[in-house]
Design a protein around this ligand. Structure first.
Ligand code: PLP
Length: 223
């Protein structure tokens, strides 16, 4: 049985070569990750610090771990030594803490700013005005150990593909704006949009990184 491997190769063929597939392994056991790893996959996403840390400890060290969930400031220290990319930076205070912990670990941590594009209030992220003021603030220059490499967004959980399309258009527009604000701190190349149910729409709207769980590993029992 090679379902995981087959799902990865099917999705890989559907998305552009320049688009990175992050296999979202949350709630899934280590042997499912190993199956994907053995087929050559290296980018995995988790949304809980404790689960991420346990998996990172147990699994091969050349895995690139993506923290895709909401991140609390007091937990940054646990993932700072090894995390490859933090997708959900949604406050300046969180960014400052990531900078502090990155400095302690003598490394630079790449971050994506999360933009609130969905209608659901339960989803996190900056609105357009907050995002633009963060990018232009001087506070940012002082954070030597973080780099902003792009944006992340989650569309509304809806069947309305027009609405999803509009939301992804919004974040693509902000991503293009960000690309024009390149500096030592800001080098935007990643637009992390698209999950199992909407990654084709994300791709049509400039996604360079899709985060896919259930379409690879099957349904989860909880979110
Ligand atoms: C769980 C999760 C995903 C993957 O969701 P699927 O619908 O299973 O593909 C993507 N992004 C985030 C932030 C998630 O929490």
């Amino acid at each position: 049985m090679n379902a995981i491997k087959d799902n990865i190769s099917k999705i890989t063929q559907e998305i552009p070569k320049s688009c990175t597939l992050v296999a979202v392994s949350k709630t899934k056991p280590n042997d499912a990750i190993i199956e994907a790893y053995n087929s050559g996959h290296r980018d995995f996403g988790e949304n809980k610090v404790q689960e991420l840390s346990a998996k990172a400890e147990a699994l091969p060290k050349d895995i690139r771990w993506h923290m895709i969930g909401h991140l609390q400031r007091n937990k940054v220290k646990y993932i700072a030594p090894y995390v490859h990319l933090i997708h959900g930076v949604d406050t300046v205070k969180l960014l400052a803490e990531i900078n502090k912990q990155a400095l302690k670990n003598e490394r630079t941590i790449n971050c994506l700013l999360q933009i609130h594009i969905a209608t659901e209030q339960t989803k996190f992220g900056f609105d357009e005005a907050e995002f633009k003021s963060l990018i232009t603030t001087e506070e940012l220059e002082a954070m030597k150990n973080v780099k902003i490499v792009g944006l992340m967004g989650m569309a509304t959980n809806t069947e309305d593909t027009k609405q999803i399309n509009t939301e992804f258009q919004t974040i693509e527009r902000l991503f293009n704006w960000l690309k024009k604000h390149t500096s030592t701190k800001i080098q935007a190349s990643v637009l992390s949009t698209g999950m199992s149910g909407d990654y084709q729409i994300a791709i049509q709207n400039g996604s360079t990184m899709v985060r896919i769980g259930s379409a690879i590993f099957g349904p989860r029992n909880y979110h």
